[in-house]
Design a binder for this molecule. Structure first.
Ligand SMILES: [Fe+2]
Length: 328
């Protein structure tokens, strides 16, 4: 378990003291800005513990005006777990630092799978809430956390939004909580994609690289013990044992609950900003309000390996295809 060194006491105490550090919540249910820490410097254990406690309590923490380079980003990440090393990364990623994945929007806008970006988005956008996801959620062991660092950001547009899935679960009525507690759902890469006529390179890609798992619909957080409404708009295909019609209606309702504005926080990036989120207890919405603007946006990401989710009944998730514990 990558991030298993925290304790329940930490989770309850999101403002655990460390010298110089301040944790300032920025919304009612999620998000805190942490000041007084230089992430590129030597961090002592009390600082690391304070950041971890704030992360567990507030689900996403923000740092501004940081001076991390690629190596410093990885060094910081290692204080909290094991960085994921992807076998394949985007072409903008630094070849000599395998833990870093870089997205540079302008480089990737055109030509993906033989499509212009607009068509690519249109064919994938099967519902209004499709963009809400956790990172690599179709894996049997999705990352525990993601640490995202901004290098170049547009002057406006391009914000990221997160939602707190523990708050979403707690906000459900008692009968609905009881109902969802016992369910499981299939999470799959490429859900709802509308193929092109004839040959479609993305369909071929999906068939050759299928990734799907059966996850509990409510997972128990391995560190805080909280129940998490484990849904997202991107990967969840079908609630097991329900008809497709029942599943679609219930998923729509649950996802609407999971993304209620009161459970969310929105972050305005600046160069040097860092967002560190618990990928087990949140979903996030990648921005789409900058795709029509001609501004570059370059972001660097390190993910920490995560555990296999466990349901309320104590049963772990199961792989369906293309995913193995610890194999990236
Ligand atoms: Fe993401």
């Amino acid at each position: 378990m990558a991030m298993g060194r925290g304790t329940d006491r930490d989770a309850a105490n999101g403002t655990r003291r460390a010298p110089g550090i301040e944790v300032k919540p920025v919304a009612g249910h999620i998000g805190a800005e942490i000041t007084g820490v230089d992430l590129a410097g030597e961090l002592d254990d009390t600082v690391v513990a304070a950041i971890r406690a704030a992360l567990l309590r507030w689900k996403v923490v923000f740092f501004r005006e940081q001076r991390l380079d690629h190596a410093g980003h990885v060094t910081f990440a290692r204080r909290f777990g094991d960085p994921v090393v992807l076998r394949k990364r985007g072409s903008a990623s630094p070849p000599d630092v395998p833990e870093i994945e870089t997205t540079a929007d302008r480089l990737e806008l055109g030509g993906k799978f033989g499509m212009e970006h607009d068509e690519w988005l249109r064919r994938r956008r099967h519902t209004l809430l499709r963009g809400w996801h956790c990172d690599h959620g179709a894996r049997v062991d999705p990352p525990a956390a993601t640490i995202l660092r901004a290098e170049t950001v547009p002057p406006y547009g391009g914000d990221t939004t997160w939602s707190n899935l523990a708050a979403a679960y707690a906000g459900l009525s008692a009968p609905v909580r009881l109902f969802v507690d016992g369910l499981r759902a299939e999470h799959r890469l490429g859900v709802g994609y509308q193929p092109r006529h004839g040959d479609d390179a993305y369909v071929r890609h999906l068939l050759d690289h299928q990734v799907a798992s059966l996850h509990p619909l409510v997972r128990v957080h391995p560190e805080s013990g909280e129940r998490i409404l484990y849904v997202n708009g991107y990967y969840v295909e079908q609630i097991a044992d329900l008809s497709r019609a029942e599943s679609a209606a219930i998923l729509e309702m649950l996802l609407a609950e999971a993304t209620r504005p009161e459970y969310t926080v929105r972050f305005r990036w600046e160069p040097g900003s860092v967002a560190f989120w618990d990928n087990r207890a949140t979903i996030h919405l990648a921005p789409s309000d900058n795709t029509h603007l001609d501004f570059p946006r370059t972001m660097h990401r390190v993910m920490l390996t995560g555990e296999v989710p466990v349901g309320v009944d104590g049963k772990p998730s199961e792989p369906i295809v293309g995913t193995e514990v610890g194999r990236w």
